[in-house]
Design a protein around this ligand. Sequence first.
Ligand code: GLC
Ligand code: CA
Length: 541
Amino acid sequence: MTITASARSITDSWWREAAIYQIYPRSFSDSNGDGIGDFNGIRDRLPYLRDLGVSGIWLNPFYPSPNHDQGYDITDYTDVDPDYGTLEDFKEFLSGAHEFGLRVIIDIVANHCSIEHPLFRKALNAAPGSEARSRFHFQDGRGEHGQLPPNNWRSMFGGSAWSRVDDGQWYLHLFTAEQPDFNWRNPSTAAFFYDVLRFWLDLGVDGFRLDAAQGLFKHPDLPDADNPFEEERVGDAANALAWNQPEVHDVYRNWRKLVDTYAEKDGAERPLVGEITGLGSRYLRDYIGADQLHQGFFFEFMNVNWDGQSMREAIANGLQQARDTASPVTWVLGNHDTVRAATRYAGGAPGVSRGDEELGELRARAAALLILALPGSTYIFQGDELGLPEVTDLPADTLKDPVFRNTNGGRRGRDGCRVPIPWQGAEPPFGFTVGTSTWLPQPEYFSAYSVETERAQRDSTWNLYQKALAIRKEHLAGNTMFRSFDVGSDVIAFDRGEHFTCVVNAGDVPVRSPMGSEPTLTSCPFKDNMMPPNTTAWWVH
Ligand code: GLC
Ligand code: CA
């Protein structure tokens, strides 16, 4: 009789209720004075993350890159850009993070690479029709002399999705021209990324965030889309032929098998978390499940305004999705692509104004307390724990985001949320660097939001996050219960079992507290048992 050794079971599904801190490596902490954050800087700040009380880190791309799209254009998938240090520095950072009990999730960009990637350079030097060219989407153009792009697809960042090379062929790039799309119909592409994942898994990373996860495969015939935009549009993923092709799911099934073999070794899951955009959250269901991705970011809540009814609906949709997929929601308020919550909720926008900042910060605090109380996991974008506003008035000549350039200034782009973190002191660079300048300038008013300032103030946003994360760990761990109750249309109220209640006043006027006792934690103080507008409170009872 043969006894098949059964794999050790996967017992640690830590990602299900994790609070992950998103580090944008360029802007977190600079150790060598060049004005650019780096791994030694991050390592020095690990005690900060322990004190804040998060359970892990997601790192934006740190691989060698010419930075046409801030690291999302990669020339080497298994190394560290010298801006951030060396692979040795990464390893030291990783073991340091693990010593603090922090999990580390890294970013995998599989839809496209950099025009400077050796595979693309090889393709450029090879003949049309060659194997080297078939690693990407090289096509002849249309028109008498092939002078027109092969189809009408548009880049997410503005302009045509095609660029022409010297011998007259065109290559596809759904983002900037410096980010050629891989051809996933060539099996070598899948083999290449399988090895990339294994490389990082072997080094000990704990999971992956998958960039543009609805991408990878395109319609095999690359036909015209039926929505050829008349005018410039950006960020539109409605082109159903460029995204969300059925073959992409086989890739994720394979990757899931791979990460599960690592999980079986020590019991701890290595989650795959997809950035699936532009499709509407109902599509998340096609990607998430026991044999594909563990999770997909739930952007619906982030994308709704401060409005009781819309937020309630977004929450209900998220929780329904969690039931459908048996996978908890990944709640987010912000990330490196999005106007910061404190400015969004204030009605501010890049290039326009900072909006009503006081209101924005109140709402951002209340929204944070709301999502931290919901069942599931959460991703906190660096600086949101300080209530940092978007820097809406970066001078045009300091902007780095290709979106600004590609739309001829029509869109300011995403730099305003990527400004380096203020750590301490009264003026720039606020302890971010030992040098004097920073890769994006910091405004003077950041002093009011510095880590040093906020840790010293009892009612600061930092202290609110810190307390909330501690209470969440103590009282909500392992708890998936959720029951909402009705306190009027502007109020969102729910219990998490017998002993935890969360109430949000999303309206404009104070409401009488539905609870008999003082809240355990509130984003804004109560007056005479009245809950102020733009406030979330928790009761542990
Ligand atoms: C994702 C990233 C974004 C990047 C784009 C192209 O949306 O979050 O920052 O520009 O993919 O890689
Ligand atoms: Ca540096």
